[in-house]
Ligand binder design. Structure first.
Ligand code: SAM
Ligand code: SF4
Length: 492
């Protein structure tokens, strides 16, 4: 790993320090490298179960949220979570297929489970999530130790699948659903900070961006019952949580129709209702597709102080020609106008993006369009990748992956360098400002310091001093300095 590629992320949801795990990947806002492969278990009920499951999660926040649904299903069926893989009766790996590298990491991890299976042949190994959906029963053949393969819409069948696998049968369920949202399942919160929680509001995606495997692995878009979302958020608040992150691949297209009276709920309406639960409950959301984010949503963000002033608005490319090949359904100019609109309505809003370097047929001129768009949008942060062809996607079927790896990496590095300058300037602009910071816990480096986030989702670290603040409190912090990925300040 090149030193040059080491980068601290300032906006990512969880991590204080984010590093490049691979040359092509800078962490997604909802795909936290610090949490990749995290094994986690509910603290609350440990010790009351005779059987134990161990789950490792990879990929985006949706997967981490799904693991909490899986935990709830398993707890109801006699399995308690453990962080100790050695004592687990069931080992699960919740997988990601978004880039080839993600799948290779998981394959490698599966080989490491072999030793455990040899030591304890009774232990069951299950693959969940997008890789399970993409490779289906093929995984059983290729990875000899896998007993269960379960797609993202089939988690309710886990107890039956486990029972089948326990009798030596291979158990596979990768059926995608048009209506499964797990809306009635209260997720078991696994080892998070007790302050911020993910709440899935929809599943799947209908967008068909040509590079993306998500519509194939997670199925059609469907929105969750608004009442169940509100109930979950209220429950979290009553349990002491101070922030909810509304999750979906394309949250702005959330649309739920009440079957009893046909009343509809849009994303702006949902956002408003969640914000009204309590002014001290922060609301975040991710991800917004530029084509779907409406003025109504922007006005709602303005109207409520507790809706965080941060929009993740992935552009993917700054070239209209490439955007068309990507099937993003907007042009460079249209996207720029959207940025203008956000800046006009919400001047203190941070804007972040995802960018793909080296998509099929990308010329140097297209690449320069991306660079100039970065400058125009003046992103606070971007998550940058080079294009990785995914089997079965529209791009894989239609276009040749014709940009060589050296060029992809060089272009990616140029994009990273520009973004780095923009992020640095963004931090510089914060010097002297006072932010309301939600305290998430001790700073990783120093227990005499707190770590929290401002509304713009920047990590802020500051000395505890003689103040009597606790985790979950809000503090007013004046910014005095910054490191690569963190604002540094003091309580005022
Ligand atoms: N639904 C969200 C959106 O549209 O922005 C997130 C999708 S995906 C989980 C996160 C990011 O991964 C995408 O925004 C895109 O930049 C990147 N990505 C998806 N497919 C990719 C591919 N084949 N190669 C490289 N990056 C990819
Ligand atoms: Fe993939 Fe596009 Fe859907 Fe995002 S919006 S999940 S990039 S198809």
């Amino acid at each position: 790993m090149s030193d040059k590629l080491t980068h601290k992320n300032i906006l990512t949801k969880f991590a204080v320090q984010i590093k490049w795990m691979e040359p092509n990947l800078l962490i997604d806002k909802t795909q936290d490298e610090a949490r990749q492969g995290e094994a986690y278990a509910s603290q609350a009920n440990s010790g009351v179960f005779e059987k134990h499951f161990y789950v490792e999660s990879y990929g985006c926040a949706m997967n981490f949220a799904d693991s909490e649904v899986v935990a709830a299903i398993l707890e109801k069926n006699g399995f308690g979570g453990t962080k100790n893989i050695e004592i687990a009766d069931l080992i699960l790996i919740n997988t990601c297929s978004i880039r080839e590298k993600a799948e290779l990491t998981i394959r490698k991890r599966l080989t490491e489970f072999k030793r455990l299976k040899q030591a304890n042949p009774g232990v069951l190994v299950g693959v969940l999530g997008c890789m399970a959906e993409r490779l289906k029963a093929q995984l059983l053949e290729e990875e000899k130790l896998v007993d269960l393969v379960v797609g993202p819409d089939a988690y309710r069948t886990l107890p039956d699948l486990i029972a089948n696998a326990g009798t030596g049968q291979k158990a596979v369920n990768v059926l995608l659903s048009r209506d499964e949202t797990y809306g009635d399942i209260a997720p078991v919160r696994l080892d998070n900070n007790g302050i911020s929680a993910f709440v899935s509001i929809m599943r799947g995606c209908n967008n068909m961006c040509s590079f993306c495997v998500v519509p194939f692995t997670r199925g059609r878009e469907r929105s969750r019952d608004a009442f169940s979302i509100l109930a979950e958020c209220k429950d979290l608040f009553e349990k002491g949580y101070k922030e909810v992150v509304l999750l979906g691949q394309n949250v702005d297209s959330y649309y739920w129709s009440n079957p009893e009276n046909n009343a509809t709920t849009t994303f702006a309406m949902l956002l408003e209702e969640v914000a009204q639960i309590d002014p001290s409950l922060r609301v975040r959301f991710s991800t917004s597709h530029p084509k779907d984010i409406t003025d109504e949503v922007l006005h709602t963000i303005v109207k409520y102080d507790n809706i965080c002033k941060h929009i993740h608005l992935p552009v993917q490319s700054g070239s209209s020609r490439i955007l068309q090949l990507m099937n993003r359904t907007y042009t460079r100019e249209w996207y720029m106008a959207k940025i203008d609109r956000i800046r006009a309505l919400i001047p203190n809003c941070s804007i972040t993006s995802d960018i793909i370097a080296g998509f099929c047929t990308e010329t140097e001129e297209d690449h320069q369009d991306t660079i100039s768009l970065l400058h125009y949008a003046n992103y606070d942060l971007s998550y940058m990748y080079f294009y990785s062809e995914r089997p079965g996607t529209l791009a894989a079927r239609r276009y040749e992956d014709d940009i060589d790896l050296v060029t992809k990496k060089r272009r990616l590095q140029e994009i990273v360098d520009v973004q780095w300058t923009l992020s640095n300037e963004s931090n510089k602009r914060d010097l002297g400002s006072v932010f309301e910071v939600l305290i998430e816990g001790n700073s990783k480096r120093n227990e005499a310091e707190w770590m929290g986030r401002n509304s713009q989702n920047k990590v802020v670290v500051f000395p505890k001093g003689n103040f009597n603040y606790q985790k979950g409190d809000y503090a007013q912090v004046k910014i005095q300095d910054f490191t690569k990925g963190t604002l540094l300040g003091r309580i005022v």
